[in-house]
Design a protein around this ligand. Structure first.
Ligand SMILES: C=C(O[C@@H]1C=C(C(=O)O)C=C[C@H]1O)C(=O)O
Length: 373
């Protein structure tokens, strides 16, 4: 039997399965359309991050391979994006121009059919969502090498928006120029976070290069595309978009470098199907006296509530006072969290709740194949 004779029945089988998949996907889309009509009638938002997290978790739970969960999650995000698209288009503001890691995170979270609105600064992302120009926004909140993104932290304090979801992506930086060499290059541009993530590599390899900051690494790539004496540090996608050549790849100081992004919306998310695994984000301050932070946090210990993050920002009053940012495990609709929060509030000088939302853990844990979601 020739190879072609061997392949033919298998390819026919794939064709048959594809027809079935097309039929099933359209059947799914019809149901999503019906859901959309009901949501439109009662004025509910099209995008339901908690429901999408539940769908992904169920998909991973049912998976028996050989496809890894990571592949199924990527496929289903696109399926849900296409289904959502039948309800209405979804405009999402991100830190642009095109080619930033924020754009990559947005596509990963919402699917490639999302209508991205590139914004010149993190502040503009907040403003576009607050004003209703965009339905959602995506902003970087912390990097595993450089820590918190201070601009985002500061706007979170002032905003009326809610955190409705989160996602994290691996970050690999590249040094890029128009020519693909470092000849005649005097400056390197990038976002301050990216410069920080590559500081050791820069000190070792190009110590004399002047380092300048840009609003985003996409913007840095754009600047480098306009001047042959400039280099940029940015992702591979930015090099493609702005016609730059990569001089050195993977220049970040940690090879497990990741950035976590927040999804911002005007309405809070509903509890997910696993509310005990949701995250609740809070900003609080405590009275300026000995032991007040310890005392304030005690209810979390008493109620067995796990704190996943504790960070601070200066209150900017010149008084060495701080706002603390904490993420706790569990949705605030859960009785245990509600009770703990009621007592916690008494020990705080101020408390702002940014929302409860599904985390990646919701479906990551179901992955048995050690994926890099
Ligand atoms: C279909 C719905 O609308 C959207 C699409 C979803 C899907 O395709 O599964 C899930 C949640 C929503 O973002 C829904 O709310 O269930």
């Amino acid at each position: 039997m020739s190879v072609n004779e061997e392949l033919l029945p298998l390819r026919n089988k794939i064709d048959g399965l594809d027809s079935e998949l097309v039929r099933l996907l359209n059947e799914r889309a019809e149901v999503a359309k019906e859901i959309g009509e009901i949501k439109a009638r009662v004025g509910l938002p099209v995008y339901r991050p908690e429901r999408e997290a539940e769908v992904l978790k169920k998909i991973c739970g049912k998976n028996e391979g050989p496809l890894p969960n990571e592949s199924l999650v990527a496929i289903w995000r696109e399926v849900m994006c296409a289904c959502r698209g039948l309800e209405s288009e979804l405009k999402v503001a991100y830190l642009g121009p095109r080619g930033t890691f924020s754009e990559q995170a947005m596509i990963r979270q919402f699917g490639s059919g999302v209508v991205g609105m590139p914004s010149g600064s993190i502040e503009e992302v907040f403003r576009k969502v607050e004003s209703g120009d965009a339905a959602y926004g995506i902003v970087p909140i912390e990097n595993s090498t450089e820590g918190a993104v201070n601009r985002t932290m500061d706007y979170l304090l002032k905003t009326s928006l809610f955190i409705v979801g989160e996602c994290s992506i691996p970050i690999q930086h590249n040094l890029m120029t128009r020519s693909g060499t470092m000849e005649g290059i005097t400056r390197v541009y990038s976002h301050p976070q990216s410069l920080g993530q590559c500081v050791q590599w820069l000190n070792r390899n190009v110590p004399s290069l002047e380092r300048l900051t840009a609003e985003s690494n996409g913007e840095a790539a754009r600047l480098a595309s306009e001047n042959p004496a400039y280099a940029a540090i940015a992702g591979e996608v930015a090099a493609k978009i702005f016609g730059l050549q990569i001089v050195a790849t993977n220049i970040q100081d940690s090879n497990t470098n990741r950035t976590r992004f927040l999804i911002l919306g005007r309405e809070p998310a509903e509890p997910s199907a696993n509310p005990q695994e949701d995250k609740t984000s809070l900003i609080f301050s405590v009275p300026h006296r000995a032991g007040s932070l310890y005392q304030a946090l005690k209810p979390f210990d008493d109620f067995g509530v796990s704190m996943m993050r504790l960070d601070s920002r200066p209150a900017k009053r010149g008084t060495w006072e701080y706002f603390f940012y904490t993420d706790i495990e569990g949705n605030m609709s859960e009785p245990k969290i509600r009770e703990a929060l009621e007592i916690f509030r008494e020990g705080c000088a101020s408390l702002k709740c940014l929302g409860s939302y599904p985390t990646e853990k919701n479906f990551r844990r179901a992955d048995t194949k050690g994926s890099n979601l």
